[in-house]
Design a protein around this ligand. Sequence first.
Ligand SMILES: [Zn+2]
Length: 203
Amino acid sequence: MKLENFYARVKVGIADKELKHRLQSLLDDVVSRLPDEKQFQIRGIIGFAKFDLMVKYWDCIQPNGVVVQELRKTGPIGFCNAYTTKTGDIYSFFICYMTDCFHSWSDDRIKGLIIHELSHLSCYWFDLKQEKPNLIKMNPKGREIRINQILGEYIDVPSHEYAEIEKQARAEAVRLGFEKEIEASDGKGLVFDEKKNCWRRIR
Ligand SMILES: [Zn+2]
């Protein structure tokens, strides 16, 4: 995909000054390799910031809202949120990456995470498209619930459903041509959950 086409719709904010140039060039590399598919032509925002700043940002926009809860749940790595119309068409997205650990990460590992979140967006898009004939037939409440299900809104971490969504995103990243990068980030994305006293995979 041509960079100017992508960035005409997607605004990028990099709050981490030290990493700004490196992250922009890694993102450019990923974007330039994306196919010209519809899910990458949606308006959106991509943000890079340290975890605490990201939580503060979202707490201002939507105090203790879904995103803040989600961030606390998934930990300081990455996050993809898609916004849909009432009939399940994605009209915008927000992806954020928490840069706390990036200093020690290789370029491929960071690109692996960048494509991972874009792959979630892509999966949401394909799943919603596939479900569209059923969504149209549902009543508004049922439809809203089904859309949120597809967007992974009710998923606990860790859980079987979560593992499935992660597997699907990794397969999508491979389909998009990022196998090397996914391998560099795969299996390393574990954080220790102090509350639950166990290791868990981050998305
Ligand atoms: Zn994930």
